[in-house]
Ligand binder design. Structure first.
Ligand SMILES: Nc1ncnc2c1ncn2[C@@H]1O[C@H](COP(=O)(O)OP(=O)(O)OP(=O)(O)O)[C@@H](O)[C@H]1O
Ligand SMILES: [Mg+2]
Length: 357
């Protein structure tokens, strides 16, 4: 069903995204690390789940936010071990990996049951043995930015594990995404030479908002599927205010099934704004300059030189290279795009909200 507030897991429920799905499946066959990036509520977890349901190799999926919430404020080896064990003992996975896992120190297999002694078993041993199968094995990690709470060194041992696997194992594929892409980039060491992962190639699948036509077709199909036939002009009004972020369009659709157009739109816009405010607060925590740069662009400073001037006019004597770094990060995070020499905000809802503030 299209109007489902939870991430999709079946290809039939995934609207559009055919190209991204193909690109992702291809990437998993060859790249040790693949990232799915894009703004909040744009469909990253859905794409991950659908791809995993379609590929023929063995995969496991871990949601680190869940591991974190089950932990006592910092994720320890046992917390992650419990999550991994649950995945590895799933029938479909265990059936294929049993023979390899029984060779790992600390793991014993008896008939259909696999038992783990985590005082002896290590993550690297497990990956090493699984790698020897000669087939790709996908370790998909959602909300991977929560790994910064692993251990007491900001997740360094996980970064080392991924870096070691990248350097030494042929068949292990990490697929990473998360709702706080900025923190995910930080965890992966994009701008940090001291991070063990810095400089390693990561193939990025970036999700963009639906175009106007896609958004209208999506709303129309989703509402029809739920038995509603909504006037084109109402759909256009919804698209105009909510733009192409599928999660926001779904909010409108869900409200629309029980309310009139104006009410549904008001509710959906309220949720979209709340999501945006949370995202902006996150961005500000990383650097207040990111937020300022977005505001300057929303207010019309579309060229590099005018963004720089706007910073100077605000009393911030920031260097050219700092501004350039900030714009690159904002582009990578999917907030802005650059066409020729002009920057613009990717999402018009955000642009409107920035103008209002
Ligand atoms: N291609 C799609 N077709 C139909 N519905 C989709 C699609 N992509 C995402 N959705 C829906 O949009 C909402 C948000 O999707 P999802 O949770 O996958 O996004 P996300 O980018 O992972 O969000 P977050 O940033 O909050 O983690 C869900 O209701 C999901 O069912
Ligand atoms: Mg998600």
């Amino acid at each position: 069903m299209l109007l489902d507030p939870k991430p999709k897991s079946k290809a039939d429920d995934l609207f559009g995204r055919e190209q991204e799905l193909e690109a992702l499946k291809r990437s998993l066959t060859i790249n040790p690390i693949t990232l799915i990036t894009g703004m909040r509520r744009i469909g990253k977890s859905s794409l991950m789940k659908v791809a995993l349901s379609e590929i023929e190799y063995v995969s496991v999926q871990i949601d680190v936010r869940r591991v974190y919430s089950d932990s006592s404020g910092s994720i320890g080896k046992m917390d992650l071990a419990a999550a991994l064990e649950k995945q590895l003992t799933k029938r479909s996975v265990a059936k294929k990996l049993r023979g390899l896992l029984e060779k790992v120190k600390g793991i014993s297999v008896m008939g259909n049951s696999i038992s783990f002694d985590w005082r002896k078993a290590t993550f690297s041993d497990i990956l090493d043995k699984i790698d020897s199968s000669g087939e790709p094995f996908v370790l998909a990690i959602d909300e991977a930015q929560y790994f910064r709470y692993y251990g007491n060194r900001g997740g360094k041992s996980i970064q080392n594990l991924i870096a070691w696997s990248y350097d030494n194992l042929e068949n292990i594929r990490f697929l990473l995404t998360g709702s706080e892409i900025g923190f995910l980039y930080d965890f992966l060491g994009f701008n940090d030479y001291d991070n063990p992962l810095h400089g390693r190639y990561m193939n990025e699948i970036r999700l963009r908002p639906f175009t106007k036509e896609e958004a209208l077709r999506f709303l129309d199909s989703a509402l029809r599927e739920s038995g509603m036939n909504v006037l084109r002009k109402e759909l256009e009004a919804a698209q105009d205010l909510l733009d192409g972020i599928v999660g926001h369009l779904i909010q409108y659709g869900l409200h629309r099934t029980g309310k009139d157009h104006d009410e549904a739109l008001k509710e959906a816009l309220r949720t979209a704004k709340l999501t945006l405010r949370r995202e902006l607060a996150e961005l500000k925590k990383r650097s207040p300059r990111y937020l300022l740069a977005l505001q300057f662009i929303a207010l019309g400073a579309t060229k590099f030189s005018s963004v720089l001037k706007a910073f100077q006019a605000s009393g911030d004597s920031v260097s050219k290279s700092r501004v350039s770094d900030a714009l690159t990060v904002l582009q990578k995070m999917g907030w802005i795009e650059k066409k020729g020499s002009e920057y613009s905000l990717v999402d018009i809802v955000f642009e409107r909200i920035f103008r209002e503030e």
